[in-house]
Design a protein around this ligand. Structure first.
Ligand SMILES: Nc1ncnc2c1ncn2[C@@H]1O[C@H](COP(=O)(O)OP(=O)(O)O)[C@@H](O)[C@H]1O
Ligand SMILES: [Mg+2]
Length: 242
């Protein structure tokens, strides 16, 4: 995945905000990148553009040879459904569906029966350590468990890229570590390309690279050497973003 000269200007009710001011980024296949930056620095905007949820004002988003900015809204939506897995801070599960139905939902919406995708759903629930919870509804699951259901759902279509916007924002530190470790494993073992926005140095330390944004620009990159590096990430981040 790469991004070239990416610029996003929001122009709502006469107030013009340049949320991204020319971002270049290359994320190799199978790499896990974290994005850090103060509130309002453009992190979510960058993720939304990479996910094809919005269109850039200028620049390119290249995913598997497609420039998302050049696709029609309809084509971008189809591409996103097929090739992107997106994880949000608030899980976005449907409260009336069980864990396995929530995981299967993208395929159910495309007309596949639950029986036809059952094996894949079971594999994914096992991968996120939730086999025992398959028949529980979200309100019977902890926040960390709900987010793991959302991760399994994001992986259902075997996406090219997994995008996670502050996935541990509502979780305690033990549950957060489980989420980061899962994302780390999906990148290392399954070659998933992962882009995760986080405030937490401890989470960013799981990534291969940490991209630091400030005022819509990349102001630096950190390269953690593993999860023991949280303090170094925190120091490096302060120097770049401060
Ligand atoms: N839909 C929108 N309309 C207008 N301004 C927006 C919109 N989304 C984000 N912004 C503005 O763009 C800037 C970057 O926002 P965002 O990407 O959400 O930052 P972050 O995720 O780093 O907190 C902020 O100034 C924010 O207020
Ligand atoms: Mg945000």
């Amino acid at each position: 995945m790469s991004v070239r000269g990416l610029e996003k200007i929001y122009d709502s009710s006469g107030r013009r905000v340049r949320a991204l001011a020319g971002v270049d980024l290359d994320v190799p296949r199978g790499a896990f990148f974290a994005i850090m930056g103060a509130s309002g620095s453009g992190k979510s905007t960058l993720l939304h553009l990479v996910g094809g949820l919005t269109r850039p004002t200028n620049g390119q988003v290249l995913v598997e040879g497609h420039d998302l900015a050049g696709l029609s809204d309809r084509a971008r939506t189809v591409f996103r459904r097929r090739r992107m897995g997106i994880i949000f801070q608030d899980y976005n599960l449907l409260p009336t569906l069980t864990a396995r139905e929530n995981v299967a939902l993208p395929m159910l919406l495309e007309g596949t029966s639950l029986a036809a995708c059952e094996q894949r759903v079971n594999e994914l629930l096992a991968a996120v350590h939730l086999s025992e919870r398959a028949h529980h509804r979200p309100d019977a699951l902890s926040g960390g468990e709900q987010q793991r259901v959302a991760i399994a759902r994001a992986l259902l279509n075997d996406p090219a890229i997994v995008l996670a916007d502050e996935p541990t924002g509502n979780l305690d530190s033990k549950q957060s570590v489980e989420i980061w470790a899962l994302l780390r494993r999906f990148a290392s073992e399954q070659g998933k390309t992962i882009l995760m926005v986080t405030h937490e140095a401890a989470g960013a330390a799981f990534a291969d690279r940490v991209i630091v944004l400030k005022d819509g620009r990349v102001v630096g990159t950190l390269a953690p050497q593993g999860s023991l590096d949280a303090a170094l990430v925190a120091t490096g981040y302060q120097q770049l973003a401060g």
